[in-house]
Ligand binder design. Structure first.
Ligand code: DX5
Ligand code: ZN
Length: 214
């Protein structure tokens, strides 16, 4: 079954505890946490202490998406804060093989992220190392953008390579996911759907998550 990870970027920050509870009660499998540095992406968001406070209380695991230059500097801190999955962008990591190994050494699952313009082939040497591959289906930096369907070509290739070579990575998509785009992404082979605005603005997230998982 497909897993769903609501992105806290779209939550009501004045009621974060209640927002986390609401998504967990609605059947979310992970909480997706967007960390932005105003440098790798043109926006700023949350940091380590916020992850730590939420991880201490959250009934579901934290999926931490690092949109940072030099993300390797922060791996240990986010792992100590309680991140279950830590994902870094291939475009920000000249030593991606070593970085994925460094993530796994902390006990967290190691994810690698592809921007819409980055070919799936850029990961061929690390497919064995990755626990998760996150395909951006919008340009990273902001919530509420429109899904870019061409990005699913990467997902299809990665799903095919996983079948052919028995790799173990999970496939995740992030950006512009709603019930319709979730359906197309699932057909392409996705295991985890990240959705921000769609779920947090939805009147009935329980129903929306159940539909996305079908
Ligand atoms: C964008 C973030 C996403 C964002 C998705 O850079 O990585 O996780 O929250 O938001 P929606 O679902 O609104 O496109
Ligand atoms: Zn994200």
């Amino acid at each position: 079954m497909t897993a769903v990870a609501p992105s806290l970027l779209a939550a009501d920050y004045l009621n974060l505890g209640a927002e986390v509870e609401k998504m967990a009660a609605a059947g979310a499998d992970y909480l997706h946490f967007d960390v932005m540095d105003g440098h790798f992406v043109p926006n700023l968001t949350f940091g380590i202490d916020m992850v730590a406070q939420i991880a201490a209380k959250s009934p579901i695991p934290l999926d931490v998406h690092l949109m940072l230059a030099n993300p390797e500097k922060y791996i240990e801190a986010f792992a100590k804060a309680g991140a279950a999955i830590i994902s870094v962008h291939i475009e920000a990591c000249p030593h991606i093989h070593a970085t994925l190994q460094a993530i796994k050494k902390t006990g967290a699952k190691a994810g690698v992220v592809l921007n819409p313009g980055t070919p799936a082939e850029s990961l061929t040497a690390v497919l064995q190392e990755a626990d998760l591959i996150l395909q951006m289906t919008v340009n990273p930096g902001f919530g509420g953008q429109s899904f870019i369907p061409e990005t699913l070509e990467n997902i299809k290739k990665l799903a095919k390579w996983r079948d052919q070579h028995s790799y173990n990575y999970l496939l995740e998509v992030d950006g512009g996911i709603n019930e319709q785009t979730a359906e197309i992404a699932k057909q392409a082979g996705v295991d985890i759907l990240v959705a921000g605005s769609y779920l947090f603005k939805h009147a009935n997230p329980l129903k929306a998550i159940a539909n996305m998982k079908k």
